[in-house]
Design a binder for this molecule. Structure first.
Ligand SMILES: [Zn+2]
Length: 620
């Protein structure tokens, strides 16, 4: 028994099919020859290890019924043959981009094999329109709606390779958007056929990710879009799909969370970040983990980033919004002109076709009645189509005008919205959906990068390309994760040992830029935890307001007014109350006079806007 190393036990388990293709009538006639060949092949299969009952012979000339059920297997056999013929030489040719594969619509090969854009301007312009509208609307089905709304067809090739105009479909639009030839690239091996079930003859064409394409040579064809734009479009298509996929399985994200979903990018690797609703909302960079099974790249608390970005958004609102609107006006006008152009070209083509049909009709010998009748029919049809198109153009009226440029009145209105929006936003009167839409109206993307465990850098890329960089404190799980925590600990120990109260220390540290794990300020509880960790207890007397001759401390004033000392600390911090620290005690001290308490009461009642204390006196 002569075994072949090409035949593995897996093959032996399956059926062996013997099929002699008889492609000419002569072969069918010399059927005897085929029978001999079949017998020889059957012997060969037995020698290779197949069991006799697993060998099946397909008689192609008679075996119509047999082939019906086996069509799939046969076409697969042929696929194997074709693949085997894809020799190294061919692949080399492909590698050089010289393989003359079928070109998509919009690209044509001339007699010497050079590829050009189709000289038909209408075809070029329609393809351009598909790309520009997709980049604006970000979804193939929206491009379809757009084309339908403006009654625009797509150029397609029929089975003879001729150009025909058809009603657009999502599939046709996707085919255009996904074809790398439009970005000037020659690509071979974008798909692989796999068999899901080994016992089934059916194979499935699977699209390979761009990184796994067998061969890609850029700048081979004249490009409709830049390669970067092509990649951007593929990402957008993948995102649309991913978003659909996620929403399908995860439901709609909960309200109030992750306002920047879809526009947050990882500053470490550049990938778009996804949302994780586990242990609070987080922006998660999962792309590399999915591709290469490495650990998650970055995971950043969403709420802090959202909050800071929204603040920047408010600050930037009025001037930027007006610029954005101006840009939208310009884009709208450009699109409007593209549509007008498309309609004009359509009419021009129909006029030309009608004229051509007329010429052909005029040229034919009237005695050749059959031909003359056919040509007359074509001429009539061309005229009818032209008439329909002209009528449609007329009823399209003045078309919908693009966005209007702002007049000064509207501009004022926008500025006013800019001022009121923060209030309306914080009062919860703007829906989550609108918040997201508003942010996206001005912000192109936000690139986040963790600088330290407790700090994130966010770069906002505004529409129009300007950027704002923010440094954002983010909550951390523990004290040890805080930047500079060792210095903070030393300060707490020194000040506690000097008898300073936790609250005072907390305020001092906040002033110096320190913070607690979950807050942007240092909490007295944080000071207390650190103090107790080192076995430092506050002396009994210190837990009561300290008495200082001729002066009142914040704690004493708070006690007399029956308010939280933080109410006073906050106002010192924001400048409402101006007072200097006493250099000896390092405490904020106020004159011990009835007047001081009176001033505070009036501030509380809203009768005073500010208080200012200097040594010994105070004025409102
Ligand atoms: Zn990343």
């Amino acid at each position: 028994m002569s075994r072949s190393e090409l035949v593995s036990p897996q093959h032996i388990e399956r059926k062996a099919l013997i099929y002699i293709r008889q492609s000419t009538p002569h072969q069918v006639l010399s059927n005897q020859e085929s029978l001999r060949l079949q017998y020889a092949l059957q012997q060969r299969a037995l020698e290779l290890g197949w069991r006799a009952e697993d060998i099946e012979i397909i008689d192609a000339d008679l075996g119509l019924t047999a082939t019906l059920g086996l069509k799939g297997q046969l076409s697969e056999l042929e696929l194997h043959t074709i693949r085997a013929r894809m020799t190294a030489g061919l692949l080399n040719k492909a590698q050089r981009g010289e393989l003359a594969l079928l070109l998509p619509i919009g690209l044509v090969r001339d007699a010497i094999g050079k590829v050009h854009k189709d000289p038909h301007r209408e075809i070029q312009d329609r393809l351009d329109l598909v790309f520009t509208t997709f980049l604006q609307l970000r979804s193939a089905s929206k491009v379809l709606q757009f084309l339908n709304a403006h009654d625009l067809g797509l150029p397609r090739r029929d089975r003879f390779g001729d150009v025909v105009w058809k009603k657009p479909t999502v599939a046709a639009i996707l085919q255009i958007l996904k074809n790398p030839a439009y970005a000037g690239a020659f690509v071979y091996g974008k798909t692989r056929s796999i068999r899901k079930n080994p016992t089934s003859p059916h194979t499935q064409e699977v699209r390979l990710p761009m990184a796994e394409w067998k061969i890609r040579v850029n700048d081979v064809y004249p490009a409709y879009i830049a390669w970067e734009t092509f990649e951007h479009i593929q990402d957008m298509l993948a995102d649309n799909y991913a978003a659909y996929d996620r929403n399908k399985s995860r439901g709609v994200p909960r309200d109030g969370a992750a306002l920047l979903h879809g526009i947050v990018y990882c500053g470490a690797c550049g990938h778009k970040m996804m949302i994780q609703y586990k242990h609070g909302t987080r922006y998660l960079c999962n792309a590399l983990r999915q591709q290469y099974h490495v650990p998650v790249c970055q995971c950043i608390p969403a709420d802090s980033v959202d909050q800071y970005v929204v603040e920047s958004f408010f600050q930037a609102l009025s001037p930027v919004e007006l610029d954005v609107y101006a840009a939208a006006v310009a884009a709208g006008q450009a699109t409007f002109q593209q549509i007008e152009q498309a309609h004009r070209q359509h009419l021009e083509r129909l006029r030309y076709e009608a004229a051509l049909a007329q010429r052909q009709f005029n040229r034919v010998d009237p005695d050749n009645r059959l031909v003359a009748a056919e040509l007359e029919k074509r001429w009539e049809a061309a005229l009818a189509e032209l008439k329909r198109a002209e009528e449609a153009q007329a009823t399209r009226s003045v078309s919908s005008p693009p966005l209007l440029a702002l007049n000064s009145e509207l501009e004022m209105a926008f500025r006013a919205i800019g001022q009121h929006l923060p209030t309306v936003w914080q009062q919860g009167r703007v829906s989550q959906k609108h918040k997201k839409a508003l942010l996206r109206a001005l912000i192109d993307k936000v690139v986040v990068h963790r600088l330290a465990r407790d700090r994130v850098q966010a770069r906002i890329v505004w529409k129009g390309g300007e950027t704002t960089t923010l440094s954002i404190p983010v909550p951390v799980g523990a004290l040890k994760d805080l930047e500079g925590v060792e210095v903070m600990e030393q300060l707490i120990l020194q000040r506690s040992a000097a008898g300073v109260l936790d609250e005072t220390i907390a305020q001092e540290l906040t002033d110096l830029g320190y913070r607690s794990p979950l807050r942007p300020a240092v909490l007295p509880s944080t000071v207390k935890i650190m103090r107790l960790k080192h076995g430092l207890f506050q002396k009994r007397s210190q837990s009561h307001p300290r008495r200082i001759e001729g002066a009142l401390t914040i704690s004493q004033i708070a006690h007399r007014l029956d308010i939280d000392p933080h109410w006073i600390y906050d106002r010192i911090h924001n400048g409402t109350i101006q007072v200097d620290k006493d250099p000896q005690t390092r405490l904020f001290l106020f004159p011990d006079e009835p007047e001081t308490i009176e001033q505070f009461k009036r501030l509380r009642a809203g009768q005073f806007q500010h208080l200012r204390f200097s040594r010994g006196h105070q004025d409102a």
